[in-house]
Write a protein that binds this ligand. Structure first.
Ligand code: HEC
Ligand code: HEC
Ligand code: HEC
Ligand code: HEC
Ligand code: HEC
Ligand code: HEC
Ligand code: HEC
Ligand code: HEC
Ligand code: HEC
Ligand code: HEC
Ligand code: HEC
Length: 394
């Protein structure tokens, strides 16, 4: 804090008067005006007021006359200017220091005119007041105090934020997200969109957990994924999930609940397609239990037990057809038969067509009372039946 020569002079004058008149019952300016009892009635005293020399700021000792100059110049006699950076808060720019600070004394820290920072802020920002009262999920630093992110006076970033509010500010506290988003192998292009973190989150809060700007992660994802986006790394096209779901109304459980984040990490991941857990990259893959995100929700016995009468309905008698197809050195990944988002033609999220290399062949599934059959290009029609096992020709 810088003090001008004027201030230093004033202090010298005040000190002198205190030492000269200490012996006698000579009243200070303040005592003359307020009476000896009233002085220091509030918890926090502004030092120049406490010293009792009213003429530091007023043209007369009673403070009835004009100020020697108006804020902010008055305050800048002793304090650093508060409007020095690129973005200046409205009332500061207007010189209304006393809208927030009592120049004399106050019961609140920093001589504030309200009992908490947030009350001070929302006393003018009424829309935020309503938002804070009526929004189910308020971001915890916002509940704490607005100045965790905003400077009350002036800053180099829009909205007087302490750092760029679209991302830099967020990762000041969420350091893990900075590390994660910059080191994962499958990065999410959403973070390169202009509003970065704010493409998906509201900085202050929202009706739903995680401060999402849409009601569910699904709605959020589909706000971008209802067109065919382009993959950054190789320019290839990404499935238009919005259209896919529209055309395939039998949605997989988590999508029915609106939760795409049950399987995908919106901040990117080290797995295929930003999945939360691994999933084989290719049609064929050596079966390994840990390589299937599916077992997060589905029992692994479906695939692990060679013989079963309970773990799956995809069996010929007790011969587990899931085991036969998937659980081997050159196992077929689930994508050979299932679609993970939505299907239409067949039950059990069986896909209409399977992509094998460049071919896209139909699986021609027929369901029966106790089993079913299919006739993809891999083999002639084969049947399974849980009650009376079928014998299929090789
Ligand atoms: C640090 C500067 C400063 C000092 C020191 C100071 N005042 Fe003030 N005073 C102000 C400002 C600024 C205002 C105008 C407040 C506003 O804008 O609401 C003010 C307003 C007043 C008012 C008008 C009514 C009110 O309270 O708003 C009175 C009376 C007053 N001061 C008395 C005094 C007395 C008496 C002293 C000495 C004990 C004193 N002031 C010391 C800055 C100061
Ligand atoms: C004559 C000098 C002087 C003037 C003029 C002055 N101040 Fe101060 N102010 C001080 C001193 C000295 C302190 C104590 C500094 C410290 O504690 O670091 C202080 C402290 C403050 C504080 C911090 C209180 C705290 O609890 O930390 C605020 C806020 C403040 N002043 C606001 C103002 C405003 C607003 C004005 C203009 C209306 C103003 N000051 C004018 C000298 C002055
Ligand atoms: C919108 C309300 C608001 C306005 C207007 C405002 N201040 Fe503040 N000021 C605050 C808050 C809130 C703090 C407390 C910051 C903290 O605790 O970190 C503060 C802190 C201060 C402090 C002590 C800490 C510091 O930053 O040096 C001073 C001095 C101060 N203000 C001076 C001023 C002056 C001079 C003006 C007018 C140019 C002014 N303020 C206008 C809200 C305001
Ligand atoms: C005395 C009234 C008042 C108080 C108290 C106040 N503000 Fe403001 N604030 C304003 C005004 C006036 C503007 C300028 C509005 C505009 O330009 O549309 C503003 C602008 C802002 C802006 C920029 C808004 C925009 O759209 O550009 C932010 C952010 C802000 N205030 C945050 C705060 C915070 C945080 C606090 C509490 C520390 C606070 N305000 C306290 C009056 C106030
Ligand atoms: C976690 C950091 C953070 C906290 C804490 C915070 N804000 Fe903000 N605020 C932001 C960001 C980021 C933006 C810019 C939003 C944007 O670009 O859409 C913003 C924008 C604003 C704006 C201008 C745009 C708008 O939404 O009207 C106002 C006013 C505002 N904040 C007031 C407040 C108030 C009042 C509080 C305390 C109740 C507060 N903020 C607490 C981060 C924060
Ligand atoms: C000043 C520190 C701070 C800043 C800046 C900050 N946050 Fe937070 N954030 C927190 C804290 C503390 C929590 C609560 C953590 C907890 O409960 O485990 C939190 C929680 C969250 C949550 C989880 C909310 C929930 O419902 O559980 C999200 C999402 C979030 N922050 C996003 C952001 C974004 C986006 C930004 C930038 C606009 C941001 N944060 C800036 C401190 C911060
Ligand atoms: C594409 C949308 C999207 C973007 C962009 C995004 N998030 Fe999230 N974020 C989410 C979703 C959805 C969740 C909830 C995840 C869940 O439910 O498991 C979340 C959760 C969070 C959480 C709380 C849970 C956790 O993972 O710690 C934090 C903190 C968070 N995000 C911070 C950030 C930050 C910081 C950024 C910018 C670097 C960011 N987010 C960018 C969608 C996004
Ligand atoms: C703000 C727009 C936006 C939102 C919201 C969004 N995405 Fe994306 N997403 C993109 C862009 C752009 C790409 C293409 C660039 C890239 O990441 O390769 C992409 C790519 C993807 C990819 C393909 C990654 C790859 O390696 O091929 C997946 C999977 C994905 N997003 C899932 C989601 C999920 C799940 C959500 C919701 C939690 C979501 N996205 C929300 C913009 C968005
Ligand atoms: C049950 C887990 C699961 C859920 C829930 C889920 N996905 Fe996926 N998603 C996957 C798997 C597995 C892949 C990889 C498919 C493949 O490579 O064959 C994938 C791939 C993708 C791709 C890349 C498509 C391409 O062209 O390669 C996008 C984009 C995507 N999902 C978005 C979403 C969106 C948006 C939602 C919510 C509507 C969602 N996912 C819900 C498991 C899921
Ligand atoms: C060769 C094709 C094929 C492959 C590969 C395949 N499935 Fe299936 N799956 C089926 C068929 C057919 C059904 C329907 C069984 C019935 O009800 O008649 C089914 C049914 C299911 C069911 C419903 C419950 C049950 O077991 O009957 C789940 C869950 C399932 N599969 C998960 C998976 C997972 C996870 C993978 C990969 C680890 C996978 N499937 C691989 C063909 C396959
Ligand atoms: C987050 C939990 C979750 C994950 C992860 C998950 N599923 Fe599911 N899955 C469900 C729920 C819930 C259902 C029941 C609702 C339905 O039929 O979609 C279901 C149903 C199914 C069915 C149809 C069952 C039937 O009899 O109709 C198949 C097939 C299936 N999942 C395959 C998979 C595959 C393959 C994976 C791995 C890529 C996977 N699931 C990952 C939750 C999950």
């Amino acid at each position: 804090m810088k003090y001008s020569w004027f201030f230093i002079l004033k202090i010298v004058v005040v000190m002198l008067s205190v030492s000269v008149f200490a012996q006698g019952a000579v009243l200070t300016d303040a005592e003359k005006f307020y009476g000896t009892e009233l002085k220091a009635s509030k918890k926090v005293q502004h030092p120049p007021f406490e010293w009792g020399d009213c003429t530091v700021c007023h043209t007369d000792a009673k403070g009835e006359g004009a100020l020697i100059m108006d804020p902010p110049e008055l305050c800048a006699m002793c304090h650093e200017a508060k409007d020095t950076k690129a973005f200046i808060h409205g009332p500061v720019a207007a010189g209304a220091c006393t809208a927030c600070h009592n120049p004399h004394e106050s019961d609140n820290a920093k001589l504030l005119t309200a009992s908490s920072i947030n009350e001070l802020c929302v006393s003018c920002h009424q829309a935020k007041d309503e938002f804070m009262r009526n929004t189910a999920n308020i971001h915890s630093p916002v509940k704490d105090q607005c100045i965790n992110c905003h400077d009350p006076h002036t800053e180099d970033h829009q909205y007087q934020l302490k750092a760029d509010g679209k991302k830099d500010l967020c990762v000041m506290c969420h350091v893990d997200k900075e590390v994660w988003t910059s080191t994962v192998t499958d990065k999410h292009g959403a973070l390169d969109r202009p509003r970065k973190c704010l493409e998906c989150h509201d900085a202050h809060g929202s009706e739903v957990p995680m401060n999402l700007i849409k009601n569910t992660s699904k709605e959020l994802c589909l706000s971008c994924h209802s067109e065919s986006l382009t993959r950054d790394e190789d320019g290839s096209k990404i499935l238009n999930i919005g259209k896919h779901l529209e055309n395939n109304p039998d949605w997989h459980g988590p999508i029915l609940w609106g939760d795409c984040a049950a399987c995908h990490n919106p901040h990117g991941s080290n797995n295929l397609r930003m999945l939360n857990k691994p999933f084989p990259r290719t049609f064929y893959d050596k079966f390994e239990e840990d390589n299937y995100i599916c077992f997060q929700c589905h029992e692994k016995e479906k695939i692990m037990d060679a013989n079963t009468t309970t773990a799956t309905n995809f069996r010929n008698g007790s011969n587990n057809m899931h085991f036969v197809h998937v659980n081997k050195e050159k196992g077929r990944s689930c994508r050979a038969c299932h679609d993970f988002h939505g299907t239409k033609e067949y039950p059990h999220h069986l896909r209409a067509k399977t992509k094998f290399g460049k071919i896209n062949f139909p699986i021609r599934f027929i369901e029966t009372e106790n089993g079913g059959s299919c006739a993809p290009a891999c083999h002639a029609r084969r049947h399974y039946d849980r009650a009376t096992p079928k014998v299929n020709l090789k």
